[in-house]
Design a protein around this ligand. Structure first.
Ligand code: NAI
Length: 462
C-alpha cells in the first residue's frame, strides 16, 4: 500500500495528461491502467491506429487518382494488408511507449491493473489498496451498441474490430454516419470495399454545420460511399461469414436490406465506469451514464473528481486532455479552466472536415445577427496544385461587432487550419483581425484569410 497526493484512474489522453501535469506541479502521482499499454482507447484502438490506416489508404488513393497526372508513372500500387496492419501497430507502439517514457521522466507511478474505489480516498488495484488525497476518474468510454445486436468483432464489429479485420471485406455496412462510421468507412472504401452507410437521421454527421455536412456527403458519395438516410435499423444478424442488416425508412416504412462481409456498428459511445464501485460510494450520476461534476470537475464525494468521456461534453481526446490539465492545476491549488466554446472537432477523411464554435443553425436558433464569409478552395493556388479544390472555409462573425463566432472548414488540411481560428476566438478577435493578418503564399491558410476578408473587406480570389 502506498500513499499518493493524486491517483488518476485511466491512462488515456485525459488520465495520462492529468497524471503527468500533476507530477509536473510537484504532486506525488499514480495512474491506474489495466491495459498492457498506456494511451487508452485513443492511442491503442482509436484516434492513432485509425489515422495510420487513413494515411495509408489516402496515399493509395493518390497513387491511383493523381500520380499519372503529375507524371509519376509505373504499375498501380497494390495493397499488402498484413503489412499495412503492421505499420498501424508500429505507429501505436511508438506512441504508447512514448507515454511510458514520459511517466518515468516525470516520476508518475503506473499501477498496472483495473482500479476500483472501495471508499473515499482509497483505490484498489488487484489485491492492493492505495491511499490518495485526491482521486481522478478518467476511465473514458466504450462503444454504445444498439439493443438486439451481438458484436463478435469478426463480422459484426465496432471501431475496435475495424482495426484488425483479417482481410479486406468486399462489402461493408456502416451503421451510423458519425465520425467513426465515416472515417472507417472511407478507409475500407479506398481499399475497394463497397461501403453502405445506414443512418437514422436525415443528414450525416449530426451537429455539424448543415452546409458543410451536405458538401461532405456529396464528396463522400463521389468517392464511392453509398448512403441510406432516415433509416431505422431493424435487425443485424450474422449469417456464416457475412451479416444481414435490415431497416425501415422512417418517412414511409419502406423496407430495405443488405448482406455484407462486415457490419460496423458506429452509433456512438457511452461512458465507461463499470466496476469502479461508484454506486456503492453514492456518486451522483448525470444523464446517459455520465459522472456528474461541478465546474471544477468535482463529484459530490469530497476528493473525487472526474474528466473526459466519463463526464458531460463532447467525447474528444483533446477535450479530455484539457480537462486533465485543468484538474491538475486545481489539485495543485491553482486555477484550472477549459473554454468549452472553443473546442475544435475534426473528421480525418480526405478532405478533412473541421469546425469550432457555433454553426449557422445554432446562431439562427439563438436569434443572433451574424454574417458569413465563405471562400472555396477552388480559389486557392496551393489546393489547385495538389488536386484538392473541393470544399470551402465558412467563417461566421457577429453582424455588429465582427467578432468571430464559429468556423467550419471542409478541404485540405482543415484539421490544422482550424487552429488559427481557435486562437483568434480565444483572443476575442474580429474577422477583420484575421483578414488583416499576413498569411504566407501559397498556403491553404490563405483560404481562411479570404473567408475573413469575405466577412467585410471582400475576398480577392473569389
Ligand atoms: P457519433 O455520435 O459521432 O455518431 C453516431 C451516429 O449514429 C449518429 O449520426 C447517429 O444519428 C447514428 N445512429 C444512432 N443510432 C442509430 C441507429 N439505430 N441506426 C442508424 N444510425 C444511428 O458516434 P461515433 O461515430 O460512434 O463516435 C463516437 C464518439 O467518438 C463521438 O463522440 C466522436 O466524436 C468520437 N470520435 C471522434 C473522432 C474524431 O474526433 N476524429 C474519431 C472517432 C470518434
Amino acid at each position: 500500500m502506498a500513499e499518493f497526493d493524486v491517483i488518476v484512474i485511466g491512462g488515456g489522453p485525459g488520465g495520462y495528461v492529468c497524471a503527468i501535469h500533476c507530477a509536473q506541479l510537484g504532486l506525488k502521482t499514480a495512474c491506474v491502467e489495466g491495459r498492457e499499454t498506456l494511451g487508452g482507447t485513443c492511442l491503442n484502438v482509436g484516434c492513432i491506429p485509425s489515422k495510420a490506416l487513413l494515411n495509408a489508404t489516402h496515399l493509395l488513393h493518390e497513387t491511383h487518382e493523381n500520380f499519372e497526372k503529375m507524371g509519376l508513372m509505373g504499375a498501380k500500387v497494390k495493397v499488402d494488408w498484413e503489412r499495412m496492419l503492421r505499420y498501424k501497430d508500429d505507429t501505436v507502439a511508438g506512441n504508447t511507449k512514448g507515454i511510458e517514457f514520459l511517466f518515468k521522466k516525470n516520476k508518475v507511478t503506473w499501477l498496472k491493473g483495473w482500479g476500483s474505489i472501495p471508499e473515499p480516498g482509497k483505490v484498489k488495484v488487484g489485491e492492493e489498496v492505495h491511499s490518495a488525497k485526491n482521486i481522478v476518474i478518467a476511465t473514458g468510454s466504450e462503444a454504445s451498441v444498439l439493443p438486439g445486436i451481438t458484436v463478435d468483432e469478426e463480422v459484426i464489429i465496432t471501431s475496435t474490430g475495424a482495426l484488425t479485420l483479417p482481410k479486406i471485406p468486399k462489402s461493408m455496412v456502416v451503421i451510423g454516419a458519425g465520425v467513426i462510421g465515416l472515417e472507417m468507412g472511407s478507409v475500407y472504401a479506398r481499399l475497394g470495399a463497397e461501403v453502405t452507410v445506414v443512418e437514422y437521421l436525415d443528414a450525416i454527421t449530426p451537429g455539424m454545420d448543415a452546409e458543410v455536412a451536405k458538401t461532405f456527403q456529396r464528396i463522400l458519395t463521389k468517392q464511392g460511399l453509398k448512403f441510406v438516410l432516415g433509416a431505422a435499423v431493424q435487425t443485424v444478424e450474422r449469417r456464416g461469414k457475412q451479416a444481414h442488416v435490415s431497416w425501415k425508412l422512417r418517412k414511409n416504412d419502406a423496407a430495405g436490406e443488405i448482406t455484407a462481409d462486415a457490419v460496423l456498428v458506429a452509433t456512438g459511445r457511452k461512458p465507461y465506469t463499470a466496476g469502479l464501485g461508484l454506486e456503492a460510494l453514492g456518486v451522483e450520476m448525470g444523464p446517459r451514464g455520465t459522472v456528474k461534476t461541478d465546474s471544477h470537475f468535482a463529484t459530490n464525494i469530497s476528493g473525487l473528481y472526474a474528466i473526459g468521456d466519463a463526464v458531460a461534453g463532447p467525447m474528444l481526446a483533446h477535450k479530455a486532455e484539457d480537462e486533465g490539465m485543468a484538474v491538475a492545476e486545481i489539485l495543485a491549488g491553482k486555477h484550472g479552466h477549459v473554454n468549452y466554446d472553443v473546442i475544435p472537432g475534426v473528421v480525418y477523411t480526405t478532405p478533412e472536415v473541421a469546425s469550432v464554435g457555433a454553426t449557422e443553425e445554432q446562431l439562427k436558433e439563438q436569434g443572433r445577427a451574424y454574417k458569413i464569409g465563405k471562400f472555396p478552395f477552388m480559389g486557392n493556388a496551393r489546393a489547385k496544385a495538389v488536386f484538392q479544390t473541393e470544399g470551402f472555409v465558412k467563417l461566421l462573425a457577429d453582424k455588429e461587432t465582427d467578432r468571430i463566432l464559429g468556423c467550419h472548414i471542409i478541404g485540405p488540411g482543415a484539421g490544422d487550419l482550424i487552429h488559427e481560428v481557435c486562437v483568434a476566438m480565444e483572443f476575442g478577435a474580429s474577422a477583420q483581425d484575421l483578414a488583416l493578418t499576413c498569411h504566407a503564399h501559397p498556403t491553404y491558410s490563405e483560404a481562411v484569410r479570404e473567408a475573413a476578408l469575405a466577412c467585410g473587406l471582400g475576398a480577392i480570389h473569389a
